[in-house]
Design a protein around this ligand. Structure first.
Ligand SMILES: [Fe+2]
Length: 340
């Protein structure tokens, strides 16, 4: 008899003592561990606290509690939900078989069974189920790793932008965090909030294309220099457009300098024509600019920041998101929400 890598453990539930004894003989001879139970009630008592088995062989027709009832209990039990259940049936009733498959049975074996067939099919199902479980957990682990790597790559990219600017440490991370909080309060779902966070992290990525001398200039910018600064949304969008599997990433980069009244750049969009997330990031971005230290000034007072947001509510900012920002400010009496 062929050997499998891991020992197998099965449960056989049948009110017919003869067939229970026969099954025990087959499995014991093959070195398969087993537990042999004479009724549905006995089975449920056993499954209540027992360690898992790899497969359940279950007689359909039993006097007290039939195979369908036992199956229903097993499928409702988190420990046994994924354990394959094979029905043992004495007749050739197609209806019973169909109903069993619908109820979640993995297969049928008709009684009286031939020892070799019983053993082979049980082993095949166990191996297939184990393979399936292994693959599922491998895929889960790889997916988790990939999404962690995705976040880390985006954070690294954002940090490289922030590193260019001598005066704004952690600007992108703070804008991302404020944007996510605004989105949360606005009723965005958790995955939507995550996307907003990513877009916030990357909103200034186009500054990679702006000379350090302009970004770090002390004092007033010339018109030419300001024109160069104003290219960063379009440059950022061009960079992020290359990530074709995540087309939404470029939205924050391209439109975070649009104004609600249409007087922003680069496209002069107004109101609802500006993507919602860009309207959120616009508020968070300006808030962080005012609450960060600059070479020529420290962070503005919270009262000044609040009145600026309020003043620009409806002109620069979508009133809805400005209001959320205002309530965030009001819930921050110690003025913790700023660069420290
Ligand atoms: Fe920007």
């Amino acid at each position: 008899m062929e050997q499998t890598s891991k020992p197998m453990r099965i449960a056989v539930i049948d009110d017919d003592r003869m067939s229970l004894r026969l099954a025990r003989r087959v499995f014991e001879k093959a070195g398969v561990e087993g537990v042999y139970l004479g009724s549905g009630a006995e089975a449920l008592a056993y499954f209540g606290g027992a360690p898992g088995v790899d497969l359940v062989l279950l007689d359909v027709y039993m006097p007290d509690m039939n195979g369908f009832d036992v199956l229903k209990h097993l499928k409702a039990d988190p420990v046994y939900r994924n354990v394959p259940v094979v029905f043992l049936t004495g007749d050739e009733d197609v209806k019973t078989e169909t109903a069993g498959l619908h109820a979640g049975a993995a297969d049928f074996i008709r009684k009286p069974f031939a020892a070799e067939v019983l053993l082979k099919r049980v082993k095949n199902i166990i191996e297939l189920n184990r393979l399936h479980g292994d693959m599922a957990s491998e895929i889960r682990a790889k997916t988790e790793k990939l999404s962690r790597a995705y976040i880390q790559i985006v954070e690294a990219l954002a940090a490289s932008v922030d590193a260019k600017d001598r005066y704004t440490h952690g600007h992108s991370s703070r804008v991302a965090a404020y944007s996510r909080e605004i989105a949360r309060r606005a009723g965005f779902s958790a995955p939507e909030q995550d996307t907003v966070f990513m877009m916030g992290l990357l909103h200034d990525v186009g500054k990679i294309g702006v000379a350090d001398s302009i970004i770090n200039k002390n004092g007033r910018l010339t018109d030419e220099e300001y024109a160069v600064i104003k290219t960063h949304p379009a440059v950022g969008a061009e960079i992020l457009k290359k990530i074709t599997d995540l087309p939404e990433l470029m939205v924050g980069a391209r439109w975070h300098h649009e104004r609600y009244d249409g007087r922003g750049y680069p496209d002069g969009l107004a109101g609802e024509a500006i993507p919602e997330v860009a309207r959120i990031i616009a508020v968070a971005d300006t808030y962080d600019a005012m609450t960060s230290n600059r070479s020529y000034r420290g962070a503005l007072s919270q009262q000044k920041v609040r009145s600026e947001i309020e003043r620009c509510r409806g002109s620069q900012f979508d009133p809805r998101f400005a209001d959320i920002m205002l309530s965030m400010i009001d819930e921050d009496p110690d003025y913790r929400m700023r660069e420290i």
